[in-house]
Design a binder for this molecule. Structure first.
Ligand code: AMP
Length: 141
């Protein structure tokens, strides 16, 4: 059990904004901006890699719904949709952050300073490695 499982059972209170058979979404207690929502699978799944295939469609459909709600309901100009997997993941229960965004809201570049590839060859090498690895993963699944 974890804190988000306790929210699913109702043992820990939360401001729930969306609920269906497989997912639950509630306000983050320490929001980047009001409306910042966390979307979780009801089942205790730790990372995206652990999410069973049959849950993918409903999980991401709920993320899309929340992303739309940030604009339609919260009056946001856009949204930021993100998840931490293992690194920087402070609660080991998969969660998508859906955050309302506005121009000049101060969040620009908030956690990912960009770098450059040393050369075009280095970029080709990384793309090739990923392509080949992904092909192996697909073959094994
Ligand atoms: P992360 O750091 O990406 O794992 O995000 C975890 C998020 O969970 C943080 O933004 C916390 O503010 C939020 N959080 C932790 N406990 C609760 C809780 N009981 N209710 C709502 N949000 C929570």
């Amino acid at each position: 059990m974890c804190i988000f499982c306790d929210i699913v059972t109702g043992a820990v209170p939360a401001h729930v904004v969306h609920s269906d058979d497989l997912t639950l979404a509630f306000l983050d207690v320490r929001p980047l901006f009001p409306g910042h929502t966390l979307l979780i699978p009801r089942a205790h799944v730790e990372t995206l890699a652990d999410l069973p295939e049959e849950m993918l469609a409903s999980y991401f459909a709920a993320a899309q719904l929340l992303s739309r709600a940030m604009e339609e309901v919260m009056g946001a100009e856009g949204s930021f949709v993100a998840m931490n997997n293992k690194i920087s993941q402070s609660v080991p229960h998969l969660h998508i952050h859906v955050v309302p965004r506005r121009r000049k809201d101060g969040l620009r570049g908030f956690f990912w300073p960009r770098s450059k590839y040393a050369s075009d060859e280095a970029m080709v090498e990384v793309a090739t490695r990923l392509r080949e690895g992904i092909a192996l993963l697909k073959a094994g699944s």
